[in-house]
Design a protein around this ligand. Structure first.
Ligand code: FUL
Length: 516
């Protein structure tokens, strides 16, 4: 009881320090980031972390789960991964470009958003920019009248897929690159074109690469001013990787961390900026990620207990379906297999991350047959697994619940309803009598991240031969956790949540069968 009172006082102090002086009705609101008050102990910090929640745009982003990258530029025609900016626009010549084929293919695979490399490091623009001659208007594509950004964004609108843009700050062609304020203006002008002329933009993806430009100079990017343009023109767009809303998982392998916290530590400086601008609805944006986001552990108790501040900063896993990011015919037989793609899915979407899978269009301007086929076979595998939830029709009871958030809500196929354990419970048991004997080998759990990420450790047990047998176990859950384990048959299971930062919640719970 005493602890609860102290925690309320602490929250009060934190809320005051964060917001100036606000009315008491606002103090109990959850927050997107928090300063850690001097002298707070580990238990208090853990509770602060558990009350950090995603911004609405971060929730929308996370719920997409599976998105696509299209890497396409002069490199597609020169067989390179990084162009040097000296390529002539005349090399860019896709003769059968069909953006609808791209979007239909990825939509059929369950992908909800695509991100196009509108400009990669070589500086060539896939749209007719007013600010450079180094773009499609001087290419043979549609005799200089083409606009690939329009082609792709129109196909997205027609087929109901969201659209995002990758615009490389590093530009190896542009003469002003390195003359920092002049290039910053050039970059903002290009962003303005992309964010004004192509309808809704759902994500802006900034790469951190910062090399030399054609004059040998390096640029100092004015990130803050770039974010302002985005927040002003497309306030619902997430700004990914070199931005405040979404963090790079730290590898391009397709494999995220098994223990993945969406709440990570932040320095006091960056935190102040994030809290006051970047993640607010129409804020100006002022956040440059700090620290090493590639570390194995970003959010455990021991890491956050040393932090000055905490923030909701979820992870994105980017990986290419081929060895390279751009199309190379020599890689036609090295397209990732459906089995590999499934493994990546379990290790990204299934580990509290969003999957951004690159499928590079070829020189014709089409997704290659091999990529299309493997994507289709992968999707079939996903459907085969997730079509039947063996918990449907089960009877569920929990050893506690909070208010009317009963256990039935985690198996009702509605992600907007959820079960919560009673408010003083960090451990919980959910026991289920299945609808007869069932056979399964995949576990799916989802927390209600709108109230925070809490679960730290759980075990799934089955009633086998008159005793509870461990089927699988895990650490974090977050937005989604998927785990494969040895096939089991039983009519009774229980999930024991062994450790949680606050009373645990579950919005979704499933058991599936991967027939392998
Ligand atoms: C990297 C780039 O250098 C690669 O070419 C690719 O675009 C990848 C997604 O990001 O930083």
């Amino acid at each position: 009881m005493k602890k609860i009172k102290f925690f309320r006082l602490l929250l009060f102090a934190v809320a005051l320090s964060l917001t100036g002086c606000k009315s008491s009705s606002e103090i109990n609101k959850r927050y997107n980031s928090v300063h850690i008050p001097d002298g707070a102990n580990e238990e208090q910090i853990v509770k602060l972390a558990a009350n950090i929640t995603p911004s609405p745009r971060q929730v929308t982003w996370q719920e997409m789960e599976f998105t696509a990258f299209f890497h396409f530029t002069v490199n597609t025609f020169t067989d390179r991964e990084w162009g040097d900016g000296k390529e002539s626009p005349s090399v860019f010549n896709p003769t059968q470009l069909d953006a609808k084929q791209w979007i239909k293919t990825v939509k059929d695979a369950g992908i909800k958003l695509v991100i196009l490399t509108c400009k990669h490091h070589d500086g060539f623009c896939l749209w007719p920019s007013k600010f450079t001659e180094h773009c499609v208007k001087n290419s043979p594509y549609k005799n200089g009248n083409g606009d690939v950004v329009k082609d792709v964004s129109d196909a997205c609108k027609e087929l109901g897929v969201k659209f995002g843009v990758y615009l490389s700050p590093w530009d190896r062609h542009e003469k002003t690159y390195g003359d920092s304020p002049v290039y910053d203006q050039y970059f903002r002008n290009q962003l303005t074109e992309l964010l004004s002329n192509y309808g809704n933009i759902s994500e802006v993806w900034f790469d951190g690469a910062c090399g030399e430009g054609p004059n040998g100079k390096k640029q100092v990017y004015d990130w803050k001013s770039y974010y302002s343009v985005i927040r002003k023109l497309q306030p619902n767009a997430t700004i990914a990787v070199m931005g405040p809303d979404v963090r790079w998982v730290g590898t391009e392998s397709g494999y995220g961390r098994e223990t993945e916290w969406s709440v990570v530590s932040a320095s006091e400086n960056s935190l102040a900026e994030i809290a006051t601008s970047s993640q607010q609805k129409a804020g100006n944006g002022a956040f440059v990620p700090e620290g090493d986001m590639q570390k194995a552990d970003l959010g455990s108790r021991s890491v956050i207990s040393k932090a000055k501040g905490l923030i909701w900063y979820p992870s994105e896993v980017d990986v290419s379906i081929r060895p390279g990011w751009f199309y190379h015919s020599k890689e036609d037989n090295r397209v990732k297999s459906p089995e590999k793609l499934l493994d990546i899915y379990f290790s990204s979407v299934g580990r509290n991350s969003l999957l951004l899978l690159n499928i590079p269009p070829d020189r014709r301007g089409l997704l290659h047959e091999n990529d299309v086929q493997n994507l289709q076979l992968f999707k079939k595998k996903l459907d085969d697994i997730f079509d039947t939830n063996y918990l449907s029709g089960a009877k569920i009871i929990s050893d506690s619940h909070f208010k009317n958030q009963k256990a039935d809500f985690c198996i009702d196929n509605d992600n907007n309803t959820w079960w919560s354990a009673a408010s003083d419970q960090a451990m919980a048991n959910l026991e289920l009598n299945l609808n007869g004997q069932q056979t399964f080998n995949v576990l799916m759990l989802q927390e209600n991240i709108k109230v925070g990420q809490r679960i730290e450790s759980f075990v799934l047990e089955g009633w086998v031969n008159g005793t509870w047998e461990k089927l699988t176990e895990g650490t974090t859950v977050g937005y989604k956790r998927l785990i494969r384990f040895n096939t089991a048959t039983t009519d009774r299971i229980r999930l024991r949540i062994l450790k949680s930062r606050l009373n645990p919640t579950l919005s979704s719970f499933g058991l599936y069968l991967n027939r392998i």
